[in-house]
Structures are given as C-alpha cells and as structure tokens.
Design a protein around this ligand. Structure first.
Ligand SMILES: [Zn+2]
Length: 115
C-alpha cells in the first residue's frame, strides 16, 4: 500500500471545466473496505464527490491513462479497489460535457483533501 508521503504532488489542471466549477482541491481517494489508496483526484469547485472525471485523475498511472483510451459506458473498466477489487465507480459519459466519468458508489470510498 502506498503511503501518502510516497504519492507525488501534481499541478492542478486549469482549464474551462475548472473555471466553470471553481477552485480545485486535491483529494486522496481510498477504499472504504480495506483503506487501500485508489487515486489522487482533482475536484473542481465545492460540493460532495459524487462522480469523478477521468481527466481529473492524476495518479496512479494506470487510471490516469484511461482518459486517453476508448471509453464506452458498456465496455469501459469499472473503477475498483486495486487490493480488494470492490467496485467503487461505474463508467458513464457526462453528456453535458461529453466527458468520460465514473458514478461513485457512496459508502464504498473515503476521500481526504490533501491540498
Ligand atoms: Zn479495497
């Protein structure tokens, strides 16, 4: 399991999405079941974390790369804990922005703001 100290720091992506939603924060998302590190995620603007956009995943590399791969609701990989494999999010396209995303399953993850 990765310690928070071992996770690299990232620059916030600053684009039209961010400008629309507001100041970003960096979150560490962990599995609620086993506490494993799942990802470093940039959340733009206030409010609870209900979905996550692939283009806001900064780490780990295998998840960060998914934004560049073919993404279709029916065939895309789910977002799962790398250790216990519990499903944390299901793929969907956020139609308003035509943006690849995961619907997060409340109660299956915990998030912590790190900066
Ligand atoms: Zn887990």
């Amino acid at each position: 399991m990765e310690d928070i100290e071992d996770i690299p720091k990232f620059w916030f992506k600053n684009d039209a999405y961010m400008k629309r939603r507001g100041a970003p924060v960096m979150l560490i998302v962990r599995c609620a079941e086993c506490n494993a590190y799942v990802m470093s995620y940039q959340k733009d603007g206030p409010g609870p974390l209900l979905r996550c956009y692939l283009d806001r995943i900064h780490h780990p590399e295998n998840l960060e790369k998914r934004q560049y791969e073919l993404f279709q609701k029916k065939t895309a990989l789910k977002l799962a804990c790398p250790v216990c494999h519990v499903v944390i999010g299901s793929p969907f396209i956020y139609e308003k922005e035509d943006r690849s995303a995961y619907h997060l399953r409340l109660g299956f993850f915990v998030s912590e703001r790190i900066y």
